[in-house]
Design a protein around this ligand. Structure first.
Ligand SMILES: O=P(O)(O)OC[C@H]1O[C@H](OP(=O)(O)OP(=O)(O)O)[C@H](O)[C@@H]1O
Ligand SMILES: Nc1ncnc2[nH]cnc12
Length: 247
Protein backbone atom coordinates (compact mmCIF):
# COMPACT_ATOMS: atom_id res chain seq x y z
CA UNK A 1 0.00 0.00 0.00
CA UNK A 2 1.33 3.44 -0.92
CA UNK A 3 0.70 6.31 1.42
CA UNK A 4 1.32 9.98 0.84
CA UNK A 5 0.04 13.27 2.12
CA UNK A 6 -2.12 15.56 0.04
CA UNK A 7 -3.85 18.85 0.76
CA UNK A 8 -7.57 18.18 0.99
CA UNK A 9 -10.25 20.63 1.99
CA UNK A 10 -7.75 22.79 3.83
CA UNK A 11 -6.63 19.93 6.05
CA UNK A 12 -3.65 17.71 5.60
CA UNK A 13 -5.00 14.28 4.85
CA UNK A 14 -3.51 10.92 4.14
CA UNK A 15 -4.35 9.36 0.80
CA UNK A 16 -3.83 5.64 0.54
CA UNK A 17 -3.89 3.49 -2.55
CA UNK A 18 -4.61 -0.18 -2.62
CA UNK A 19 -5.91 -2.61 -5.20
CA UNK A 20 -8.89 -4.93 -5.00
CA UNK A 21 -9.34 -7.89 -7.30
CA UNK A 22 -13.02 -7.48 -8.05
CA UNK A 23 -13.05 -3.72 -8.57
CA UNK A 24 -12.22 -3.04 -12.17
CA UNK A 25 -13.25 -0.74 -14.97
CA UNK A 26 -16.18 1.34 -13.64
CA UNK A 27 -17.49 2.13 -17.09
CA UNK A 28 -16.69 0.02 -20.12
CA UNK A 29 -18.82 1.99 -22.56
CA UNK A 30 -18.00 5.39 -24.12
CA UNK A 31 -18.12 8.34 -21.74
CA UNK A 32 -21.05 10.67 -22.43
CA UNK A 33 -20.36 14.40 -22.40
CA UNK A 34 -21.28 16.02 -19.13
CA UNK A 35 -21.35 19.61 -17.99
CA UNK A 36 -18.07 20.61 -16.39
CA UNK A 37 -19.63 22.80 -13.71
CA UNK A 38 -22.92 22.95 -11.80
CA UNK A 39 -24.66 24.19 -14.94
CA UNK A 40 -27.92 23.02 -16.44
CA UNK A 41 -28.31 19.77 -18.38
CA UNK A 42 -26.36 19.49 -21.64
CA UNK A 43 -27.23 16.99 -24.39
CA UNK A 44 -25.17 13.78 -24.36
CA UNK A 45 -22.74 13.38 -27.25
CA UNK A 46 -22.74 9.94 -28.90
CA UNK A 47 -19.19 10.34 -30.16
CA UNK A 48 -17.44 10.92 -26.84
CA UNK A 49 -14.07 9.19 -26.26
CA UNK A 50 -13.84 6.00 -24.17
CA UNK A 51 -13.59 6.25 -20.40
CA UNK A 52 -10.28 5.75 -18.63
CA UNK A 53 -9.92 2.07 -17.83
CA UNK A 54 -7.78 2.14 -14.70
CA UNK A 55 -9.75 1.85 -11.49
CA UNK A 56 -8.59 1.35 -7.96
CA UNK A 57 -9.67 2.14 -4.49
CA UNK A 58 -8.08 5.14 -2.95
CA UNK A 59 -9.08 6.11 0.49
CA UNK A 60 -9.54 9.64 1.69
CA UNK A 61 -9.31 9.82 5.42
CA UNK A 62 -7.75 12.45 7.57
CA UNK A 63 -4.86 12.56 9.94
CA UNK A 64 -4.57 14.50 13.15
CA UNK A 65 -4.78 18.25 12.75
CA UNK A 66 -5.07 21.10 15.18
CA UNK A 67 -8.87 21.14 15.28
CA UNK A 68 -9.89 17.54 14.56
CA UNK A 69 -9.41 14.42 16.61
CA UNK A 70 -7.73 11.60 14.73
CA UNK A 71 -10.04 8.59 14.54
CA UNK A 72 -8.43 5.34 15.56
CA UNK A 73 -8.03 2.44 13.14
CA UNK A 74 -8.97 4.31 9.98
CA UNK A 75 -7.30 1.63 7.89
CA UNK A 76 -9.47 -1.08 9.42
CA UNK A 77 -12.62 0.93 9.02
CA UNK A 78 -11.97 1.91 5.40
CA UNK A 79 -10.95 -1.64 4.53
CA UNK A 80 -14.14 -3.02 6.04
CA UNK A 81 -16.25 -0.49 4.16
CA UNK A 82 -14.47 -1.21 0.87
CA UNK A 83 -14.84 -4.97 1.28
CA UNK A 84 -18.52 -4.65 2.11
CA UNK A 85 -19.42 -2.84 -1.14
CA UNK A 86 -20.42 -5.27 -3.87
CA UNK A 87 -19.66 -4.54 -7.53
CA UNK A 88 -22.18 -5.84 -10.08
CA UNK A 89 -21.20 -5.75 -13.77
CA UNK A 90 -23.72 -4.66 -16.40
CA UNK A 91 -26.33 -3.29 -14.00
CA UNK A 92 -28.64 -1.54 -14.69
CA UNK A 93 -27.31 -1.44 -18.26
CA UNK A 94 -24.55 -3.20 -20.18
CA UNK A 95 -21.21 -1.53 -19.56
CA UNK A 96 -22.02 -0.18 -16.08
CA UNK A 97 -20.19 -1.56 -13.05
CA UNK A 98 -22.75 -0.96 -10.34
CA UNK A 99 -21.46 -0.13 -6.87
CA UNK A 100 -23.96 -1.84 -4.59
CA UNK A 101 -24.08 -0.40 -1.07
CA UNK A 102 -26.88 -2.75 0.07
CA UNK A 103 -24.20 -5.27 1.06
CA UNK A 104 -22.57 -2.58 3.21
CA UNK A 105 -25.89 -2.25 5.05
CA UNK A 106 -25.81 -5.99 5.80
CA UNK A 107 -22.60 -5.50 7.78
CA UNK A 108 -23.47 -3.56 10.94
CA UNK A 109 -19.82 -2.93 11.79
CA UNK A 110 -18.95 -1.57 8.34
CA UNK A 111 -22.18 0.45 8.21
CA UNK A 112 -21.43 1.96 11.62
CA UNK A 113 -17.85 2.67 10.56
CA UNK A 114 -19.23 4.59 7.57
CA UNK A 115 -21.55 6.73 9.70
CA UNK A 116 -18.87 7.26 12.37
CA UNK A 117 -16.33 8.53 9.84
CA UNK A 118 -18.79 11.14 8.60
CA UNK A 119 -19.92 12.08 12.11
CA UNK A 120 -16.32 12.54 13.28
CA UNK A 121 -15.70 14.86 10.35
CA UNK A 122 -18.85 16.98 10.69
CA UNK A 123 -19.72 17.05 14.40
CA UNK A 124 -17.88 20.30 15.07
CA UNK A 125 -18.63 22.10 11.81
CA UNK A 126 -21.82 23.85 12.90
CA UNK A 127 -23.92 22.04 10.30
CA UNK A 128 -27.61 22.91 10.70
CA UNK A 129 -29.02 20.79 7.88
CA UNK A 130 -28.09 17.47 6.33
CA UNK A 131 -29.63 17.17 2.86
CA UNK A 132 -29.90 13.61 1.56
CA UNK A 133 -30.55 12.77 -2.07
CA UNK A 134 -33.13 10.10 -2.93
CA UNK A 135 -32.79 7.21 -2.63
CA UNK A 136 -29.47 6.19 -1.18
CA UNK A 137 -28.76 9.53 0.48
CA UNK A 138 -31.78 8.71 2.67
CA UNK A 139 -29.85 5.78 4.15
CA UNK A 140 -26.72 7.62 5.21
CA UNK A 141 -28.10 11.12 5.87
CA UNK A 142 -30.49 10.61 8.80
CA UNK A 143 -28.08 8.84 11.20
CA UNK A 144 -25.47 11.51 10.52
CA UNK A 145 -28.02 14.30 11.07
CA UNK A 146 -29.16 12.77 14.38
CA UNK A 147 -25.60 12.32 15.60
CA UNK A 148 -24.52 15.89 14.84
CA UNK A 149 -27.78 17.53 15.96
CA UNK A 150 -28.86 18.80 12.53
CA UNK A 151 -32.20 18.58 10.75
CA UNK A 152 -32.52 16.15 7.86
CA UNK A 153 -34.06 17.34 4.59
CA UNK A 154 -34.92 14.84 1.85
CA UNK A 155 -34.25 15.82 -1.75
CA UNK A 156 -36.76 13.75 -3.65
CA UNK A 157 -37.45 12.59 -7.17
CA UNK A 158 -40.30 14.54 -8.89
CA UNK A 159 -43.88 14.51 -7.59
CA UNK A 160 -43.12 12.74 -4.31
CA UNK A 161 -43.22 15.68 -1.89
CA UNK A 162 -46.72 16.84 -0.91
CA UNK A 163 -46.01 20.50 -0.14
CA UNK A 164 -44.77 23.36 -2.33
CA UNK A 165 -41.37 22.53 -3.84
CA UNK A 166 -38.50 23.99 -5.79
CA UNK A 167 -36.93 21.77 -8.48
CA UNK A 168 -33.64 21.29 -10.30
CA UNK A 169 -33.13 19.24 -13.43
CA UNK A 170 -29.80 17.46 -13.93
CA UNK A 171 -28.03 15.09 -16.28
CA UNK A 172 -27.19 11.45 -15.46
CA UNK A 173 -24.81 8.97 -17.10
CA UNK A 174 -27.73 8.17 -19.42
CA UNK A 175 -30.52 10.74 -19.66
CA UNK A 176 -31.74 13.31 -17.19
CA UNK A 177 -33.65 13.55 -13.93
CA UNK A 178 -34.98 16.09 -11.46
CA UNK A 179 -34.90 16.53 -7.70
CA UNK A 180 -37.20 18.57 -5.52
CA UNK A 181 -37.05 20.09 -2.04
CA UNK A 182 -39.86 21.40 0.16
CA UNK A 183 -40.07 25.16 0.33
CA UNK A 184 -39.33 26.25 3.92
CA UNK A 185 -37.40 23.12 4.91
CA UNK A 186 -34.10 24.95 4.48
CA UNK A 187 -33.73 28.62 5.33
CA UNK A 188 -31.34 31.37 4.38
CA UNK A 189 -28.29 31.07 6.62
CA UNK A 190 -28.57 27.32 7.13
CA UNK A 191 -25.21 25.54 6.94
CA UNK A 192 -25.72 22.47 4.80
CA UNK A 193 -24.03 19.13 4.30
CA UNK A 194 -25.14 17.21 1.20
CA UNK A 195 -25.00 13.41 1.54
CA UNK A 196 -25.27 10.73 -1.10
CA UNK A 197 -23.89 7.23 -1.49
CA UNK A 198 -21.94 7.92 -4.66
CA UNK A 199 -20.69 10.63 -7.00
CA UNK A 200 -20.37 9.71 -10.67
CA UNK A 201 -20.81 12.66 -13.06
CA UNK A 202 -21.66 15.00 -10.19
CA UNK A 203 -24.99 16.03 -11.73
CA UNK A 204 -27.00 14.93 -8.71
CA UNK A 205 -24.82 16.76 -6.19
CA UNK A 206 -24.79 19.88 -8.37
CA UNK A 207 -28.59 19.89 -8.46
CA UNK A 208 -28.69 19.49 -4.67
CA UNK A 209 -26.20 22.35 -4.20
CA UNK A 210 -28.23 24.56 -6.53
CA UNK A 211 -31.45 23.87 -4.61
CA UNK A 212 -29.82 24.73 -1.30
CA UNK A 213 -28.12 27.86 -2.57
CA UNK A 214 -31.34 29.09 -4.21
CA UNK A 215 -32.88 29.38 -0.74
CA UNK A 216 -29.80 31.08 0.71
CA UNK A 217 -28.15 28.15 2.49
CA UNK A 218 -24.38 27.80 2.63
CA UNK A 219 -23.21 24.38 1.41
CA UNK A 220 -20.29 23.55 3.67
CA UNK A 221 -19.39 20.27 1.95
CA UNK A 222 -20.72 17.32 -0.03
CA UNK A 223 -19.98 13.82 1.26
CA UNK A 224 -20.26 10.43 -0.43
CA UNK A 225 -19.25 6.92 0.46
CA UNK A 226 -17.96 6.24 -3.08
CA UNK A 227 -16.45 8.33 -5.88
CA UNK A 228 -16.07 7.19 -9.49
CA UNK A 229 -13.17 9.48 -10.41
CA UNK A 230 -13.20 8.60 -14.11
CA UNK A 231 -16.46 10.49 -14.49
CA UNK A 232 -14.90 13.67 -13.10
CA UNK A 233 -17.84 14.64 -10.91
CA UNK A 234 -15.44 16.32 -8.50
CA UNK A 235 -14.40 18.76 -11.24
CA UNK A 236 -18.00 19.61 -11.92
CA UNK A 237 -18.47 20.67 -8.30
CA UNK A 238 -15.91 23.41 -8.88
CA UNK A 239 -14.60 24.76 -5.59
CA UNK A 240 -17.32 23.08 -3.52
CA UNK A 241 -15.55 20.67 -1.13
CA UNK A 242 -16.19 16.96 -1.59
CA UNK A 243 -15.29 14.29 0.96
CA UNK A 244 -15.36 10.61 -0.01
CA UNK A 245 -14.37 7.42 1.78
CA UNK A 246 -13.71 5.09 -1.16
CA UNK A 247 -12.89 5.60 -4.82
O1 LIG B 1 -23.04 11.79 -9.92
P1 LIG B 1 -24.23 11.38 -10.74
O2 LIG B 1 -23.87 11.07 -12.17
O3 LIG B 1 -25.35 12.36 -10.67
O4 LIG B 1 -24.74 9.99 -10.18
C1 LIG B 1 -24.85 9.72 -8.80
C2 LIG B 1 -26.26 9.39 -8.42
O5 LIG B 1 -26.68 8.21 -9.11
C3 LIG B 1 -27.25 7.31 -8.16
O6 LIG B 1 -28.58 7.57 -7.95
P2 LIG B 1 -29.72 7.20 -9.00
O7 LIG B 1 -29.98 8.40 -9.86
O8 LIG B 1 -29.36 5.93 -9.68
O9 LIG B 1 -31.00 7.05 -8.11
P3 LIG B 1 -31.40 6.01 -6.95
O10 LIG B 1 -30.49 6.29 -5.77
O11 LIG B 1 -32.81 6.40 -6.66
O12 LIG B 1 -31.25 4.62 -7.46
C4 LIG B 1 -26.46 7.60 -6.91
O13 LIG B 1 -27.15 7.14 -5.75
C5 LIG B 1 -26.35 9.09 -6.94
O14 LIG B 1 -27.48 9.74 -6.38
N1 LIG C 1 -21.68 2.81 -11.30
C1 LIG C 1 -22.63 3.17 -10.42
N2 LIG C 1 -22.93 2.37 -9.36
C2 LIG C 1 -23.90 2.72 -8.48
N3 LIG C 1 -24.61 3.85 -8.57
C3 LIG C 1 -24.35 4.67 -9.60
N4 LIG C 1 -24.87 5.87 -9.94
C4 LIG C 1 -24.26 6.28 -11.06
N5 LIG C 1 -23.33 5.39 -11.47
C5 LIG C 1 -23.37 4.38 -10.56
Amino acid sequence: MNTHKILFNSNVVIQRFSHSGNFVNPLKSPTPSFPTTCQKYQPISASAPPAATTARHHFHTYSSSSHMAAPTSDDDRISRITSAIRVIPDFPKPGILFQDITTLLLDPVAFKDTIDLFVERYKDKDISVVAGVEARGFIFGPPIALAIGAKFVPMRKPNKLPGPVISEEYSLEYGKDKIEMHVGAVEAGDRALVIDDLIATGGTLCAAINLLERVGAHVVECACVIELPELKGRDRLGDKPLFVLVS
